[in-house]
Design a protein around this ligand. Structure first.
Ligand code: ATP
Length: 387
């Protein structure tokens, strides 16, 4: 058993439960189009590299990162929509190997994906009743037509769309984005899943209705005990919505821990950058957007720490050696050489603490600066292995 597996298992047994869904060293490389006929080595996009993460019943885990960091690909790997290049997905401790047919149907009914754009995930010429009946027929084939109708009414009630008849005969374009996202959640509920993978579930919605949809998801997690992966680029929403937050950069995880800890005392310079660049209407300098640099090419990612070309605190080793996982306080960890136990790293940490202004992350992306950081305390042990 690797050190990461040992830590994951230790965390689970501390909580006294086996994860409902687990990624263990999951990797996905996409072949670059045309590279089949090129001379030289086959080129691939390193969309997800060696990612391990656990989802637990009744808990929300946020997966945060910039566009292109691999979040959606990772969610789809958990849903088994793509074959893995490496690693394993486990459902209640057992490896899932799905190649279509019955096994895929079983996995899909346990693990439901909710997508960002509800309009894109509905047949525009089918009424809501028709779309929902299809889902109900698949997952409740033994029920009579009358029973299936009752299931549809119950599903709509669960997502607060009452009375059902106001919605069932409508077409997708006749509903608002928020109503349609609720219906896509109802459709996912038809399968009676254990896990929701919500990929940016509110980012295409009006700011005013986002909170309602997030509250609905939270209630479903609490009432039904499902595990939820909340994929988002909005780190501010992670603090209020998710118990735990994991940060992804260029296909790899860089930091994780309780959301309060990760958002209020970010350890990795990338997480700090995400927080500093979150929109803040009260900040004067928001008028002139800062240049925060670009994520690297995932075809040829940087050696060492993938963030080092953008990192103001990069040391020499960051360009050549991938940082291991360093355990910090309160369940937080970071893959960053700043937390190594040596004089150069201590100097880097002191500089980071002086430069990085501690932030108060507020809902709806509001960030309030509250003064210099207390750099996260580091422990001298390196747990886990290189990512
Ligand atoms: N089917 C595919 N074939 C080739 N490359 C892909 C494929 N899907 C994703 N990628 C690449 O994988 C990388 C990660 O993409 P992904 O969509 O997972 O990131 P993301 O963090 O979800 O971004 P966004 O928030 O914009 O959706 C990107 O470089 C993307 O171009």
């Amino acid at each position: 058993m690797s050190a990461v597996d040992a830590m994951t298992n230790a965390a689970s047994s501390e909580r006294g439960d086996v994860p409902v869904l687990e990624a263990v060293h999951v990797t996905k490389h996409f072949a670059v189009r045309g590279s089949l006929f090129r001379r030289g080595p086959r080129r691939v996009v390193h969309a997800v590299d060696d990612v391990s993460l656990s989802l637990h019943a009744g808990r929300i885990m946020a997966l945060v990162g910039e566009s292109g960091s691999g979040k959606s690909t990772f969610a789809r790997l958990l849903a088994q929509l793509y074959p893995l290049t490496g690693g394993e997905v486990r459902y209640r401790g057992t490896a899932v190997r799905v190649r279509g047919g019955k096994a895929l149907r079983a996995h899909v009914s346990r693990v439901q994906l909710i997508l960002q754009d509800p309009f894109g995930s509905f047949n525009p010429v089918a009424t809501i009743a028709r779309t929902l009946s299809r889902a109900v027929r698949i997952h409740h084939p033994a029920k009579t037509a009358r029973e299936q109708k009752a299931v549809i009414e119950d599903l709509l009630a669960q997502v607060n769309l009452r009375p059902a008849r106001q919605f069932t005969e409508k077409f997708p374009h006749e509903l608002s984005g928020g109503q349609l996202q609720r219906i896509s959640i109802a459709r996912a509920l038809a399968a009676n899943p254990d896990v929701f993978l919500a990929d940016e579930p509110v980012s295409s919605l009006d700011v005013s209705i986002r909170l309602g949809v997030l509250n609905l998801l939270r209630r479903l997690v609490e009432d039904r005990g499902v595990a939820l992966l909340y994929v988002t680029h909005d780190i501010a929403s992670a603090r209020y919505f998710a118990e735990d937050t994991t940060v992804m950069y260029a296909g790899q995880l860089v930091e994780a821990g309780p959301s309060e800890q990760v958002t209020q005392n970010a350890a990795h310079p990338y997480t700090q950058l995400l927080i500093s660049s979150a929109p803040d209407p009260s900040r004067d300098d928001d008028a002139a957007p800062r240049d925060i640099g670009q994520p690297p090419s995932l075809i040829d990612p940087p050696a060492g720490c993938r963030f080092h070309p953008r990192c103001p605190f990069a040391m020499e080793r960051c360009a050549t050696q991938a940082p291991p996982r360093f355990e910090l306080e309160n369940g937080q960890w970071a893959n960053c050489w700043l937390y190594a136990d040596d004089a150069e790293a201590a100097e880097g940490r002191a500089e980071n603490a002086a430069v990085y202004r501690r932030t108060e992350v507020r809902p709806a992306g509001r960030i309030v600066r509250t003064g210099p950081a207390n750099a996260p305390t580091h422990t001298t042990r390196t747990k886990g292995e290189q990512q």
